[in-house]
Design a protein around this ligand. Sequence first.
Ligand code: HEC
Length: 495
Amino acid sequence: MNPIFRWLDERVDLRALKEQLLDRKMPGNLTWAHTLGSATLAVFLVQVVTGVVLAMYYAPSPDHAYDSIRYLQQHVLSGALLRGIHHWAASAMVVLVLAHMIRVFSTGAYKYPREINWLLGVVLLFLVLGFSFTGYLLPWDQKAYWATQVGTNIAGTTPGIGGMLVKLLRGGSQLGAATLSRFFALHVLLMPLLLTVVVFLHLAIVVRQGIAARTGAMEGGAPPRTSDPEYPAYYKQAYAKSKGAGVRFYPDLTAKDIVVVTAIILVLVLLGLFVGAGLEPPADPTDTSYVPRPEWYFLPFFQLLKLVPGSLESLVAVGIPTVLVILLVALPFFDRGSARAFSKRPIARFSLFFLLGGAGLLLGASFMGEQPGAIAAEVGRPLSNTERSGKAIFGASQCGSCHAVAGKGGGSQENAPNLSLIGLKHSGAWIHSFIENPLRFHADSKMPSFGPPTLSHQEIEEVTRYLVTLRGPGGELKQPEFVDTFPELPKPKEK
Ligand code: HEC
């Protein structure tokens, strides 16, 4: 025996540990999908290693954050590579966690006795999303700043506690230095700690319970429901039988794990090397024309927000995540049929396809929305409150009966221009003056004046703020070329 192993074994009983961890017997149904959990863990370790190096160069203050990242990118050996890997690994974590959950869901592995581990898994999912949300702000570039602005705004629409939540997230009413310190602390201190603890519990339970047996092995002659009093005894005996295959964690499952993990790390290095992580211009809180884009896995959610009418937006923004959490948490407690095979669980099958299909369609739609040709009504972000009330006034004042916007409305006045791209054509100042008194611009204008008393100055300004968001697909990236010509002011009368 290896002398080091023996020395340690005499002192800390290494052999028992090895038997418990490495030699543990497993049901003989190990598929490639069983590697997803350990792959997620491996990518987390990649994040720890790359994250520690990034933190060594990072300065968490609005004055220095951006420059510290740029310095890292340009002057630190492999700095850009490490940041690229960290960036792509963050996406990989989300994908792997979801894939792992889909595997567990479709094989019914969350059922008795694994309810607790499912719940811990749900906590891990949200921790991973929290990591992504807090990490996104740290480079303090335009993308970081505005996406966080939107994200915290959405939290602010929560009924009752919204205002408090925003303050808590931002460390004040505005997004600024306090927010950055806060997100940094969460990202590098609290979340890694929490994640480590929860992962440890998650794995300890996996070791104690053993991984779920092949679906068929637990079904023959099973009581119909896992809540039936005789189910635990049945489970114990059926599970023991399924372990007879003689498969062991090491080397049977670890061999597959190593292949998958190596492949993933290779892909991450290639992405880090050849694609890297972008860095936009530094955050400019005064540039309200910037259109934020969230990380791609939040896009289906944003697309959904774009589809619902303005009045329902805040309901959906808070409602959907809440319902999702409730469903995930409740799942192992209300789904107590003992059937585990996906083919025997029509509701589970339908729900999964519905969720995945819906998210896929929304993601597709959100990518399409950026392609030229398809007209996205508004800039690719949820409207601010002012813009939203401007949109409401636009509707209430029948502007849409003459003017089409993104293929909707128009028709009752044939000369009325389509306003889908008005934000690229005219400045806010021009639009405001025009709405107030079109006749001043064109003596024979067919557009009625909306100046007071029809609409107040405040209302006209709100409509204007809405109209300047109409820039079409990708418009947020275009530099508007205004063709404003103001009518000459009437000459002072000569006496
Ligand atoms: C009765 C039909 C009608 C209604 C209602 C109407 N408009 Fe117009 N609008 C027009 C016409 C026609 C023009 C073309 C310019 C002209 O005739 O002066 C125009 C031009 C404009 C322009 C300038 C577009 C450009 O490209 O130069 C803007 C901006 C505008 N309208 C906004 C609005 C807003 C906002 C409302 C609602 C508060 C509104 N319009 C209601 C008929 C209408």
